[in-house]
Write a protein that binds this ligand. Structure first.
Ligand code: KIV
Ligand code: ZN
Length: 391
């Protein structure tokens, strides 16, 4: 079975987007949670972008021992020096160097010709390599880059010492089949490509980040860059939890797995929400509050007969102990009876219709019902019954 390395960039690509910024202490706390989650690489920040990031990378390096810690740098000497400085306490360190390679970025942003970009890549990747053995090189906006030029850039980066080559879909533009073609073309045209780790980094502007990442894995990519809860620039990055669980649940298809401690996925997601005060949508795969919940009569009937009828997850693997059955406006008698049984409360089976009516009445003006409210409804109806008997 292939092992896919998880490169987490929550603290860099995630943290740099509006609404997700963290204090130094929060970055350290989340870095330590990423170690518990057992990611392979933590991109802890972009040292040259500000002093706080440089300090945060240093502090995370002191507190986290098992994953590789990486620091981002443009293809600029000063950035690389700062990245190296930020990693001085890291047990395992990697400098992550990048430059844009698409025509639009080179012409309108960098004002550099293709030749100048090639020279810069050779010079700066070699320089980074002179400081640190583990060098990752990214072609920013790779998916809108001319493929022949991409092959040349990657060849130069490998000759200059890069040991990981990352192919970012920076603007979330590519489709799964096109991404596969790009990877295939790189694999068949770049010399020594089999000596380096190929990596994917997908943004979610068209909602395709997870699909694109999984397509790249099918084409042989062995490192995935992603973030917890899918946070990141604009529509975010590929969500760690979606990719990890897709590989786990569809192991029969992908024949690949990760080192992630999946019992820590929900904790990591909750910690991030807590730190950033940015909740995930209820229906977000794996970490949304509705992700494992069923309430309609037909679904609950199926689930009670065999949980696999309507759920593809073994929720215990994720550390979730509940049965996932909640009462909603579409729940029938069957579900409500099941819930009352599981709450182990004193109820009268002959009054089930009355409970159902009252619960539905409550749900017509409230979106959800808590166990406490349910018990209160049952108790109130029971009391009425007892009062009538007394009279
Ligand atoms: O999206 C992107 O291209 C990036 C690179 C800097 C890796 O985040
Ligand atoms: Zn990115």
């Amino acid at each position: 079975m292939r092992k896919i390395k998880i490169f987490d960039t929550t603290l860099r690509d995630g943290e740099q987007s509006p609404g997700f910024t963290m204090t130094l202490d929060e970055k350290i706390k989340f870095g330590m949670q990423l170690e518990k989650l057992n990611v392979d690489v933590i991109e802890a920040g972009f040292a040259a972008s500000n002093e706080k990031d440089l300090k945060a990378i240093q502090e995370i390096s002191k507190n986290v021992t098992s994953p590789i810690i990486t620091s981002l740098a443009r293809c600029v000497k000063d950035d690389i020096d700062k990245a190296y400085e930020s990693l001085k306490y890291a047990k395992k360190k990697r400098i992550h160097v990048f430059i844009a390679t698409s025509d639009i970025h080179m012409k309108d942003k960098l004002h550099m010709s293709k030749e100048e970009v090639l020279v810069r890549v050779r010079k700066m990747v070699s320089y980074a390599k002179s400081l640190c053995d583990d060098i990752e090189f990214s072609l920013e906006d790779a998916t809108r880059t001319n493929i022949d030029f991409m092959v040349k850039v990657i060849s130069v980066a490998i000759e200059s010492g890069a040991s990981t080559i990352n192919i970012p879909d920076t603007v979330g533009y590519i489709t799964p089949d096109e991404y596969k073609n790009i990877i295939r073309c790189i694999k068949s045209n770049v010399k020594n490509i089999d000596k380096v780790t190929l990596s994917t980094h997908c943004h979610n502007d068209l909602g395709l980040a997870t699909s694109n990442t999984l397509s790249a894995i099918e084409e042989g990519v062995n490192q995935v860059e992603c973030t917890v809860n899918g946070i990141g620039e604009r529509a975010g990055n590929a969500a760690l939890e979606e990719i990890v669980m897709a590989l786990k649940v569809r192991n029969d298809y992908y024949n690949a797995d990760t080192n992630i401690n999946i019992k820590e996925i929900i904790n990591s997601s909750k910690m991030l929400v807590d730190i950033t005060k940015s909740p995930v949508q209820n229906n977000k795969p794996v970490v949304g509050s509705n992700a494992f919940i069923q309430s309609s009569g037909i679904h609950v009937d199926g689930i009670l007969k065999n949980p696999k009828t309507y759920s593809i997850f073994d929720t215990k693997q994720l550390g979730i102990e509940t049965d996932g059955i909640v009462i909603g406006v579409h729940s029938g008698k069957h579900t409500i009876k099941y819930k009352l049984d599981s709450l182990n409360i004193d109820y009268d089976i002959n009054k089930l219709d009355k409970y159902v009516l009252e619960i539905k009445n409550y749900l017509s003006t409230n979106k959800t019902i808590t166990d406490e409210k349910l018990i209160e409804i049952v108790n109130t109806i029971n009391k009425i019954k007892k009062l009538q008997i007394k009279l």
